[in-house]
Write a protein that binds this ligand. Sequence first.
Ligand SMILES: C[S@@+](CC[C@H](N)C(=O)[O-])C[C@H]1O[C@@H](n2cnc3c(N)ncnc32)[C@H](O)[C@@H]1O
Length: 501
Amino acid sequence: MTQSWNSGYVTDIAYIEGFYVQQSPARMALACLLGNVAAELPEPDDEACYLELGCGVGIGALVTAASNPGWQVTAIDYNPAHIAIGAGLARAARLDNIRFMEADLAQLATSRQADAIPQADFVSMHGLWSWVSNDVRAGIVRLLASKTRAGGLVHLSYNALPAWQGALGMQRLIYEAGVRTIGRSDVQAQAGLAVARDLKGVESRYLTESSITRDLLDTTVAMSTEYLPHEYMSAHWAPAFHADVAAALAEAKLDWVSSINPMENFPELMLTPEQRDIMNRYKDPILRELIKDMCLPRQLRHDLFVRGARRLYNDQRDAALSRLTVVPIVSPGELQTEIHVPAGMAEVGDKLQNMMAAAVRGPATVGELLALGGGRNPAELVGVLVGSHQCQIAVRSDGDQPESANRLNRVFGSRVNSIVAGKTPGALASSRLGTGLTAPPLLQFIAARLLSGERESSADAWIKALSADVVPEKHDTVRHVVHTAIEQRLPILRRLGIVPD
Ligand SMILES: C[S@@+](CC[C@H](N)C(=O)[O-])C[C@H]1O[C@@H](n2cnc3c(N)ncnc32)[C@H](O)[C@@H]1O
């Protein structure tokens, strides 16, 4: 449905709630260091500013504010429904260090509203760039130029080329068939997808010859009603080459540094030896990235930019990485030393295995782990631990949660009233992580109950509450899932200080 203010983006159905760890300050700082550029990681009580553009309902911004009571967080979106939901959650959790601002990014930089936005140490934009018009992108660059402080870090995710090239026709077909359908944009997206699936069924050349369209059309069946129109029904949907994004952000004096997904920065994990030989003919980082993107199935890029790169020599970088603390987010029994990477399955060597085993019993600094295992490569160790989702960077290794984090976690959990609730990963705020821990609704529910003074001995009551809309034959499954979460996930929440011991 067209609305005069939407500039071709979907506004008649709110976007899904989601938490994406790539938006966290610690992940941005890690990426910066991995790219041989200095980065500071302020503590939760320090003064720092975090800015999110196109925040949706703002789960990442809320979690950042609640985990870091000393910071000022600004979350901007032009959809009043998103702002109302995010501001409502902030009010419910009584967060006084987050401001939700309703503004159109096309004009914001030159409007009076911009005066209220402080210069940011960290800026994040997830799922915005490749879905908005050139005017909005230009407005974003103007805002970044004036609101990123010198030395500030910027995270930008976008649909990447050439990985999406085989699906350009598919999106256009979904969009054109969709806009000719009467109804809300979720109805339009479904109508467009139906035509695309029908055409694929009769061997449409461009819906069958690339693996991306073959797989996408199947997976969209299970995707949420709220997600699909935002992905496919934007009039300006345009996947981008990394080189073009880097050139656009250079206008705001932003330098591309690295990928926020740590392992993507290690060519030996991403490319075959023959592909690496060709990439290694070149030193230019933009050309090297294009060569990587020509070889990898990387549809969504998470890039890290810095405003003013303070380059580090390798020994300075290694020293800074060695000082980082890693904290496990899996239990010791879940340690994985065989890791799935685009170049295949990477079985890490014995030394690295020993250090990883020590890390999942952590917290520990990267330097301490290296000393234990006789290793010499902090970048590889921290890259594999964080990139394989077995550890996160801790901004501090102990200390109580601030009440703001407890309040937000109680608000998140109080909204879960069924085991079948929620489709996208939510989060629990953790001051030790300075961000959130990805958490399904069940874990949010359990954390909120524990934060309200209940103990695990209440598990039977929890199972009853969570099973209200579950058929009786499935109650045993609910019981099993709840007990597994208590046994396996609760120790991790305790180690992170999210719930009391
Ligand atoms: C795909 S959603 C991503 C939301 C959020 N970052 C997330 O990942 O959950 C894109 C967001 O950009 C917002 N947006 C689109 N055009 C905008 C504009 N011109 N000004 C401000 N926000 C805009 C939309 O309202 C939407 O919330």
